[in-house]
Write a protein that binds this ligand. Structure first.
Ligand SMILES: *Cc1c(COP(=O)(O)O)cnc(C)c1O
Length: 386
């Protein structure tokens, strides 16, 4: 048996130890942690909805109407009217025939990949895809063919050579640790040319990108023919919890009948589905949140460029600063924390070796003054104090 204590000590020495901090109170820019207030730039609550009064109200109403536990899996007795209505609203919002709720995005990705593919098939993935997509490939026992980040020539070569009977091309829409956007129009063309399915994981684009907040496919104006399988989460931009897959009727019925992470798990609470329904309405009623976020992104990038900070090429709310070594990223994150800023250090294996970074995320809930404070503090640690 391996010595766990020893393994943990080795991790610690390499700057790779992972620790949790306990937060008191709701998600918002100012967080109460260990009795002190810190300004957070590491939540995925991009629109500032996780503590929205209308969503809190929706959860309370949901609990009054449905209780708190869903009691069973969707295929038994756990599929409530609230879940069903949310699925219909998501299908309509994404202009697809059907949508299917999953309890988490991680499970949705496992469920889709492992039920569509098996031994003898191939799944093509961007090297920087989210861990859940890689795990889905492993679970499916299909061949995993990874291409260099956004390298469409490499993908084309792999598709040309492939003799697999079923092929699935999968990509993050917005890359979770880099913030850049996948070249989806080319991915769609290549997939169609080579008789492959295309699946897009829009965890970081849904709610945020596109004129109506329908995500990265709306941003690129791609339809359901071009991108037949859409997966997105409800726990990031929507400030709620859970995930869904949207596509045609046959896909959804197939998943209901064969996706094990769908079948063998308890449905999310119906009250949580009511929260997501209310969040969908807010995407329309409070479109200013997307505009405000875009303004903050531009302001941050402009300020960071002037300071000479190691910005990455990202147009989204994810604005990482590339540091390099894991211990250096960790040290910097801890020094910033001492100065009242919470920005997590992202280290291998979440990102490739030598590319540890500070993953800054912006939210419509941040003020310009908070953003300026972020820039001033970063300047002190990474450039020169103003
Ligand atoms: C967060 C995330 C997931 C997982 O979603 P959860 O609902 O948190 O399980 C999947 N894919 C990507 C790209 C993500 O960032």
């Amino acid at each position: 048996m391996k010595d766990l204590t020893q393994q943990l000590a080795e991790r610690d020495a390499a700057g790779l130890y992972r620790r949790r901090r306990v937060v008191d109170g709701p998600q918002q820019p100012w967080l109460r942690v260990d009795g002190r207030e810190v300004l957070s730039f590491c939540s995925n609550d991009y629109l500032g909805l996780a503590n929205h009064p209308k969503l809190i109200e929706a959860m309370k109403r949901g609990a009054d109407g449905y209780g708190v536990g869903s009691g069973a899996a969707h295929l038994v007795s756990g599929h409530s009217r609230a879940h069903h209505q949310l699925e219909e609203e998501l299908a309509e919002f994404t202009s697809r025939e059907r949508a299917l709720l999953f309890s988490t995005g991680y499970m949705a990705n496992l469920g889709v990949i492992a039920s569509l593919l098996g031994p003898g098939d191939t799944v093509f993935q961007d090297r920087l895809n989210h861990a859940s997509l890689l795990d889905g490939a492993l679970l499916s026992r299909a061949r995993l063919s990874r291409y260099a980040h956004r390298d469409m020539a490499a993908l084309e070569q792999q598709l040309v050579r492939s003799k697999a009977s079923e092929r699935l091309v999968v990509s993050d829409g917005v890359f979770s640790m880099d913030g850049d956007i996948a070249p989806l129009p080319t991915l769609a063309t290549l997939s169609q040319q080579h008789q492959a399915w295309l699946m897009v994981d829009d965890a970081h684009g849904f709610g945020v990108l596109g004129a109506r907040g329908a995500g990265v496919l709306e941003h690129y104006q791609l339809d359901s023919q071009q991108a037949p399988i859409l997966m997105a989460t409800l726990g990031k931009g929507l400030g709620s919890f859970g995930a869904f897959v949207a596509g045609d009727d046959a896909l959804i019925e197939y998943l209901i009948n064969s996706a094990r992470p769908y079948i063998y798990t308890t449905a999310m609470p119906a009250a949580q589905a009511e929260v997501s329904r209310a969040a969908l309405r807010l995407l329309d009623e409070e479109g200013w949140r997307r505009e405000k976020l875009q303004g903050l992104i531009a302001r941050f990038r402009h300020g960071a460029e002037q300071l000479g900070l190691p910005l990455m090429d990202s147009p989204t709310a994810i604005q990482p600063l590339l540091i390099g070594s894991a211990p250096a990223a960790l040290q910097l994150s801890e020094a910033l924390y001492d100065d009242g800023l919470w920005i997590s250090a992202i280290r291998p294996p979440t990102v490739p070796e030598g590319t540890a970074r500070l993953r800054i995320t912006l939210s419509a809930a941040h003020s310009e003054a908070q953003l300026d404070r972020l820039l001033d503090t970063l300047a002190c640690h990474l450039a020169e104090c103003g």
